[in-house]
Design a protein around this ligand. Structure first.
Ligand SMILES: C[S@@+](CC[C@H](N)C(=O)[O-])C[C@H]1O[C@@H](n2cnc3c(N)ncnc32)[C@H](O)[C@@H]1O
Length: 216
């Protein structure tokens, strides 16, 4: 409730809203079942995508640290996406865009083949009950769509605080032809939830995976 009240307050503030609207892709564009990546960013650059970005702590810091890359964040909850967009707008980031959508729609339907250099997936809701399985972000069909949309030698970084769910995501990626990579997982300790879990002494299960060679 407090989160929704805060989102409402942010959206009523004209300056915050104007800042946010420079960053947030409108619902009309998001529902057009296509996305024109070159039109979203001022310059052509490698693209990193965070799925389920929450309030965007990790991807904002990464976009500031890597001004020569473009960043796209997708967040399902409208109230969270708006707070995130207002925060990003205040920072004047022009290499970051946010889309309010289901990550599965973005990856399965909107992103072109080979368009993404790096995916970040940190602490996606695990939905542990069998009857909630349909809500899970990572599934075998999503793994195939991640492989299709990744560029050659593209990477996926994944982290979860729920060990069985982390292991299940890792196995799905491996079964989909991804190979585990020694690359560090940049958001595991630095996303909003990563920092929270670290401070609470909770274990974090994280790994990186390289795209399968689709020509084989
Ligand atoms: C536990 S939070 C983690 C947020 C962020 N990745 C972090 O590490 O701080 C999970 C976020 O993923 C979002 N989410 C869950 N399922 C999603 C989906 N299918 N598409 C987009 N966002 C989703 C939720 O709304 C929530 O903001």
């Amino acid at each position: 409730m407090a989160r929704l009240r805060k989102a409402g307050r942010v959206w009523r503030d004209a300056t915050a809203r104007a800042d946010a609207e420079r960053i947030l892709i409108g619902d009309a564009a998001a529902s057009a079942l296509t996305i024109d990546l070159p039109a979203l960013f001022p310059s052509k650059a490698l693209l990193e995508v965070e799925l389920g970005a929450g309030r965007g702590d990790f991807i904002m810091a990464r976009a500031m640290a890597c001004p020569d890359r473009n960043f796209l964040a997708v967040e399902l909850a409208a109230s969270v996406a708006r707070v995130f967009a207002a925060r990003a707008g205040r920072r004047g980031l022009n290499n970051l865009r946010i889309i309010r959508a289901d990550a599965r729609t973005l990856v399965n339907l909107l992103l072109p083949d080979g368009s993404v250099s790096v995916y970040h997936i940190y602490f996606p809701d695990p939905w542990p009950k069998a009857r909630h399985e349909k809500h899970r972000m990572v599934s075998p069909s999503m793994v195939a769509a991640l492989a299709r949309t990744l560029a050659t030698a593209g990477l996926i970084h994944v982290a979860s605080d729920v060990e069985p769910w982390a292991r299940q995501m890792f196995s799905m990626l491996t079964a989909g032809g991804f190979s585990e990579s020694p690359a560090e997982v940049p958001g595991a300790r630095f996303s909003g939830f990563g920092r929270k879990y670290l401070a609470a002494g909770r274990p974090i299960f994280a790994s990186s995976f390289r795209r399968p060679d689709l020509t084989e």
